[in-house]
Design a protein around this ligand. Structure first.
Ligand code: PLP
Length: 401
């Protein structure tokens, strides 16, 4: 008999992400009484700023508890446009802004609104695990371009040029990058823009969600290529910068014709983002911005500490990562060695599994991001946890035979 709950072909290959699997394995060990430090998930450990929480409470008290406009409240869309001008130097019209349920939904809406079956989306590896799955769910085909630490984990102009076909619909850029922490320089973005000028059928999604967690001067793709604004979608949100992952507010900035298509999609999926969360995001964007720089400094100090500790093991190579509270070190020098629990390490997943078993430190294997031989470590955790985790990783490496 045919199962009425059988999966549709478009989601047949979508599985629980490896990040969640590791988090669940770590949670199970914790429940069993083990002392586990999980550096697996990507969210700031800071609290949401108190005035933001107050604003949400007041909005709820004042009756802002009903549906908002599908594209977001007029106030928040205007505040996003003003913030964009303050931070990036260009000001979109309010009609060029859509508020969604997290940055994730911005990207999903865009793919769902535009991809015809089999159309291609170019993505650099390592990539945020959701990108290829989202493309697949929307009927498209992810085209993965490998990048390496030597080239700063950036897609090069030559690679892009060779990958574009008549079926290419989007180039997806993520800077600062998850999981690499890499930040595209203005020159790297210029080189990509130069290629795109010859291919007017290709749009650009620039996922800039980690813009404020960045230790080098930041360049928004639209700032280096204003002439491509007509086919650029900028993605951003409050999740990472303002420590508001659970509030689920992100936004897209693009020409009105794309925004209108995304509003049409959103109208049938969520009807719009939460009213109370939108009030909170408005308070975040119009409130004190000094905390962004303070938190950035704090993240940078933690990065420096962890990077130095990992490199000191002699077996883990950790290059520079200029933003996005992640490190993406190379662990291939541990391959062929045997861990204290008897496991022979042949790949990144073995390294992560053995480290979790032996020392109770949870990291995510690089293969989840399309680049085996590495792991992702989020340093958005307390210094005490990071210090202890680094100590355990060093002990684990020293015990490898
Ligand atoms: N883009 C990247 C690169 C991310 O790492 C994440 C979250 O991990 C998102 C987008 C999603 O952001 P949000 O929580 O606002 O949906």
């Amino acid at each position: 008999m045919t199962d009425p709950f059988r999966r549709a072909a478009r989601i047949a290959t979508v599985e629980l992400s490896e990040i969640l699997q590791i988090s669940e394995a770590a949670a199970a060990l914790k429940k069993a009484g083990r002392d586990v430090i999980s550096l697996g998930t990507g969210e700031p450990d800071f609290p949401t700023p108190a005035p933001v929480i107050d604003a949400a409470y007041q909005a709820a008290q004042a009756g802002q508890t009903t549906y908002t406009a599908t594209a977001g409240t007029a106030e928040l869309r205007a505040a996003i446009a003003a913030d964009c001008e303050r931070v990036n130097g260009y000001r979109p019209a309010t009609a060029e802004v859509i508020v969604c349920t997290g940055a994730k939904q911005v990207i999903f809406n865009a793919f769902f609104a535009t991809l015809e079956p089999g159309e291609e989306v170019i993505i650099g590896a390592p990539y945020w695990t959701s990108y290829p799955d989202m493309v697949g769910v929307c009927g498209g085909r992810p085209v993965i371009l490998p990048t390496t630490a030597d080239t700063g984990f950036a897609i090069t102009a030559d690679q892009l040029s060779a990958a574009i076909t008549p079926k290419t619909r989007w180039l997806l850029l993520n800077s600062p990058g998850n999981p690499s922490g890499a930040v595209y320089t203005a020159a790297q973005l210029q080189a990509l823009a130069e290629v795109l000028r010859d291919h007017p059928h290709v749009g650009v999604i620039a996922d800039e969600i980690y813009q404020h967690i960045c230790y080098v001067p930041y360049t928004s793709f639209r700032a280096v290529a204003p002439d491509l604004a007509e086919r650029t979608l900028i993605v951003n949100g409050v999740s990472k910068s303002y420590a508001m992952t659970g509030w689920r507010i992100g936004w897209g900035i693009a020409p009105k014709r794309l925004i209108d298509a995304m509003i049409a999609v959103q109208g049938q999926i969520t009807s719009g983002a939460s009213s109370v969360s939108q009030a909170a995001a408005l308070a975040a964007l119009t409130g004190d911005q000094q905390m962004l720089a303070e938190r950035n400094d704090d993240f940078r100090a933690r990065r420096d500490m962890v990077q130095a500790a990992l490199n000191a093991t002699g077996l883990i190579r950790c290059g520079s990562a200029d933003g996005a509270f992640y490190l993406f070190p190379d662990c291939t020098a541990t391959f062929g060695k045997t861990a204290p629990n008897g496991v022979q390490i042949e790949k990144d997943a073995d390294f992560c599994r053995a480290l979790l078993d032996c020392e109770g430190v949870a990291l995510v294997p690089g293969r989840a991001f399309g680049v085996p031989g590495h792991f992702r470590l989020s340093y958005a955790y307390s210094r005490a946890s990071l210090t202890e985790a680094c100590h355990r990783i060093a002990r684990f490496c020293a015990a490898l035979k």
